[in-house]
Design a protein around this ligand. Structure first.
Ligand code: ZN
Ligand code: ZN
Ligand code: ZN
Length: 254
């Protein structure tokens, strides 16, 4: 399996509108972070995790010509606002796009994009999505996808495990039972917002603690805000933990 980080920023993206801080004005491309999303590819299949606010730019940047499914972690705006651009894939591939996520997440996506799910004379102009609520491991295009329940502040959301790869974004706490689902993970992606604590996100230090507890061979941090200068923070991380950046590709994952 191949994993591409389409976006590694927090909800504002980096640079942040109205900000001239050293990260927002950095000329290191790794400090330029679009909204959080990853692309998963195996065999000839292409699966998108979250339709971020920057999905259009991400799809163009990566020359994305095909999409077979969308998997949602939760319904916050930074993770869903690119949904309308799914219609390009509906048109090109002549398919209704299957989407997966918890019932709560998919219900919230439907409320936000109400026009997509209402009959109208303009059906051809809208995205076509088929919502598939999941709350247990499910088969997707020949592989097993395991939802990993985690907390984002008080809100239960899903991370996902596929094979030995796990993606847990917007996490602030992992319940004990979910650690069992993460046993044997080789590559983990965890969100790490900034250096200081936050009510609904892990700090870099908390994310490093979680990484140790999960014990993956390699861990990458994502969902970072403009407090984090890539080169500086990356150099301070323990062995086996790295900051992800937009465009980073991990290939040959089990
Ligand atoms: Zn987020
Ligand atoms: Zn800034
Ligand atoms: Zn969120």
């Amino acid at each position: 399996m191949k994993v591409t980080f389409l976006g590694t920023g927090t909800s504002t993206g980096v640079p942040v509108i109205t900000c001239n801080c050293r990260v927002c004005t950095s000329d290191d491309p790794r400090d330029n972070r679009t909204r959080p999303s990853i692309l998963l590819e195996w065999d000839d299949h292409v699966v998108l995790v979250d339709t971020s606010s920057d999905f259009r730019q991400q799809a163009l940047r990566h020359n994305l010509h095909r999409l077979d499914a969308v998997v949602y972690t939760h319904h916050h705006a930074d993770h869903i606002m690119g949904l309308d651009d799914i219609r390009l894939f509906n048109w090109r591939q002549r398919i209704v796009m299957p989407a997966y996520g918890s019932k709560e997440t998919l219900d919230a996506v439907q409320r936000t994009f109400w026009y997509v799910f209402e009959d109208s004379l303009h059906d051809g102009a809208k995205p076509a999505m088929e919502m598939n609520p999941v709350n247990a491991p499910f088969e997707l295009l020949g592989r097993e996808v395991v939802p990993i329940p985690v907390f984002h502040g008080d809100m239960p959301i899903f991370g996902y495990r596929i094979g030995d790869f796990a993606y847990l974004t917007d996490v602030s706490r992992v319940p004990d039972r979910s650690f069992e689902l993460l046993e044997g993970v080789d590559v983990a992606v965890l969100s790490a917002l900034r250096a200081t604590p936050h009510p609904t996100h892990q700090s870099v230090e908390q994310a490093a603690d979680l990484a140790r507890k999960i014990g993956a061979g390699r861990t990458y941090f994502t969902h970072m805000c403009h407090d984090i200068l890539h080169a500086e923070t990356d150099a301070e991380l323990p062995e086996g933990i790295r900051l992800a950046y937009d465009g980073l590709v991990l290939d040959n994952l089990a």
